[in-house]
Design a protein. Structure first.
Length: 199
């Protein structure tokens, strides 16, 4: 048998297996819970890629940012300037900037109340809870509180949670969990964050 014929037969088997899996998959009839976590860069960036995908299908999207505060990012500028996404930046900045635990707890709870209202109202196909896992890591929110909020969302609404250190109970509840790993980062080499790449 020639290499070309051998390759064709292998690919036909792969295709048949894939088609079988696709034919057996079912629509859950509800939005999904997605998590990007881990120490690697790109958790929020990937979530905003999904925002663009949803917008491409004419879906309605909201974003609630838990940590980034007044820090201007390219994605925030893009979506706000074009009025494409309902956008709420609720955090007051990185936790080491505020240095006030009670204030951070109040900001996280206010952001989560807003996220819950957006998820439950039935208007949105996707709600991104950006950096909520940081609020969980510092115990500004409880994992039980977050799971209850997710359970109360509209059936049509998917929720995308980002930030490192997602707790195991939240990972167990989610439909998709992606762990971003860092192999190399320019900051470790003393290179400052770059506009358009990092923010």
């Amino acid at each position: 048998m020639s290499d070309a014929q051998d390759h064709k037969e292998k690919m036909q088997k792969v295709q048949a297996q894939h088609r079988k899996k696709v034919s057996e998959a079912v629509d859950p009839g509800r939005g999904l819970v997605l998590i990007n976590t881990g120490k690697g860069k790109g958790k929020s960036s990937a979530a905003f890629g999904v925002v663009i995908r949803a917008l491409g299908w004419g879906q309605k999207v909201a974003v609630v940012q838990f940590i980034k505060g007044k820090w201007k990012t390219g994605e925030r500028r893009f979506f706000e300037d074009r009025d494409l996404v309902t956008w709420h930046t609720m955090g007051e900045g990185f936790t080491w900037d505020t240095q006030d635990r009670e204030r951070d707890i109040a900001a996280a709870n206010s952001a989560f109340e807003k996220a819950c209202a957006l998820m439950a109202c039935g208007e949105y196909d996707l709600v991104v809870l950006d950096e909520i896992n940081i609020a969980l890591r510092y115990e500004y929110l409880s994992v039980e509180q977050v799971i209850e909020g997710l359970k109360s969302r509209s059936d049509k609404t998917s929720a995308f949670l980002t930030g490192r250190d997602a707790p195991q109970a939240l990972r167990d509840y989610a439909d998709l969990v992606t762990e971003m790993t860092e192999e190399k980062h320019p900051f470790q080499a003393g290179i400052k964050a770059q506009r358009g790449v990092d923010f």
